[in-house]
Design a protein around this ligand. Structure first.
Ligand code: UGA
Length: 443
């Protein structure tokens, strides 16, 4: 099939590459000329395991093309997918300007019948808005062309995006017409083998499904962070509690890891946007508000432990920070808990020495050069000359350090483990003080 993706961010690029991989002719459109130039040279702007090889192979095979020309994209696809960003507006609602700009481009250039598929995370009612926007452009051109708009939200995770796209656990299609569902079933057939993964519904329900999924996951995390803060005060270990509750299949082991709060480009923005939608419809979303408030507080948690340990005197101290990305296997630092920690440390007069396996360029771009920031090229270099170590992102490379060597390198041998990846007894046996999240001591 001929498919066009508008937007070459995580969702657009990964979806485009995966659809080409199974034999479709895919055209990816982006208004960012520099990005398209890089993609045409075979350079991938994001760190995503497996993506680079897939993009290269499919470009070489002639199944995947990149352009800045919206007209070319519209002419190419019998299926036109919208996968552009919906960043938060000042008031927390989702900014639809990019989505509607694509809808206008489609309306301006459409010559043949097409199915428009929205993959961007959008507030309930946007499918209808996209339909109206395209229809208005066609009316302005005084032409009648058959088109349909469906909602097809994306559930891929950064770091696992290619795998999630090739082996989705569900494919949600929100459509008003049986024809649209049939066409998408054919497109997704290679990803829908062995058992049925396609769930069909009306567009509004599909749009809400996306927000409900992310809000539920964010709720699990904030709930566990709240339990961790209680565990800490009552002298319990949240890691024991996590195992104890996760073994109940109704609760499950996934997404109940306490830590330094959730970050990334999705949870913070989507919880806020859903809250906004609820308010617009006259409903006060108490749980969503609490999820967000708990998360905001949790992002300060590691700083508070550090400040507590040093008796509030951080001026002149140097803290080593392992991990900057909002989670492992990505270089993405959007809403990353590391940023909140660095900010607080700097405000308190401390210096930081940071290392992340993938996000160093991103850190350079965000923070620039500053005297209180040392961008180090290894985990070891980051701890050299530091007073203490804070672990913010649970990259596998950080899981088994030589604790004795760490004790010797750190001026004040103490580890602040923001992801509970270490065994406190092992750390303490090596002669270091240990602080985790919700592990029965500290504040
Ligand atoms: C999330 C969802 O997991 C995807 O299903 C969804 O498609 C995506 O948002 C999106 O809307 O595009 P992502 O933001 O890539 O994916 O990252 P997650 O793996 O969900 O992690 C989000 C944050 O939660 C990270 O900061 C992570 O460290 C934190 N987290 C996750 C915890 O603190 N504890 C956990 O148990 C799990």
């Amino acid at each position: 099939m001929r498919v066009t993706l508008f937007g070459t961010g995580y969702v657009g690029l990964v979806t485009g590459a995966c659809l080409a991989e199974v034999g479709n002719q895919v055209c990816c459109v982006d208004i960012d000329a520099a990005k398209i130039a890089r993609l045409n040279r075979g350079e991938i702007p994001i760190h995503e395991p497996g993506l680079e090889d897939m993009v290269r192979a499919n470009r070489a095979a002639g199944r995947l093309n990149f352009t800045t020309d919206g007209r070319v994209g519209v002419a190419h696809g019998e299926i036109l997918m919208i996968a552009v960003g919906t960043p938060p507006d000042e008031d927390g609602s989702a900014d639809l300007s990019h989505v509607l700009a694509v809808a206008r481009t489609i309306g301006r250039h459409l010559t043949d019948p097409a199915l428009v598929v929205n993959k961007s995370t959008v507030p309930v009612g946007t499918t209808a808005l996209v339909r109206e926007t395209i229809a208005a452009e066609l009316a302005a051109r005084d032409v009648t062309i058959d088109f349909d708009v469906v909602s097809n939200p994306e559930f891929l995770k950064e770091g696992d995006a290619v795998k999630d796209c090739m082996r989705p656990d569900r494919i949600v299609i929100g459509a008003d017409s049986a024809g649209a569902v049939e066409l998408l079933k054919r497109l997704y057939a290679p990803f829908n083998r062995n058992h049925e993964r396609i769930v069909t519904m009306d567009p509004r329900s599909a749009e809400l499904t996306k927000y409900a999924a992310n809000a539920m996951l964010a709720t699990k995390i904030s709930f566990m962070n709240e339990m961790a803060n209680i565990a800490e005060r009552v002298g319990a270990d949240i890691e024991m509690v996590r195992r104890g509750i996760g073994s109940d299949p109704r609760i499950g082991h996934h997404f109940i890891y306490p830590g330094v709060g959730y970050g990334g480009s999705c949870f913070p923005k989507d919880v806020q946007a859903l809250g906004r939608t609820a308010r617009e419809h006259g409903y006060e979303p108490r749980i969503l508000d609490a999820v967000e408030a708990v998360n905001r507080r949790q992002k300060d948690k590691l700083f508070e432990l550090i400040a507590h340990h040093f008796g509030g005197r951080l001026s002149g101290r140097t803290i080593a920070v392992w991990g900057l990305a909002f989670k492992p296997n990505t270089d993405d630092m959007r809403e990353a808990p590391s940023r909140a920690l660095l900010q607080r440390l700097w405000e308190a007069g401390a210096k930081v020495r940071v290392y992340d396996p993938e996000a160093m360029d991103e850190a350079r771009r965000i923070f620039g050069a500053r005297a209180d920031l040392a961008l180090c090229d290894s985990a070891q270099a980051a701890v050299d000359g530091a007073d203490a170590l804070a672990v913010v992102t649970e990259w596998k490379a950080f899981w088994s350090p030589d604790f004795v060597a760490l004790r010797e390198r750190l001026r004040e041998p103490v580890i602040f483990d923001g992801r509970n990846i270490y065994d406190p007894a092992q750390v303490e046996a090596a002669g270091l003080a240990y602080y985790g999240i919700g592990r029965g001591r500290s504040l």
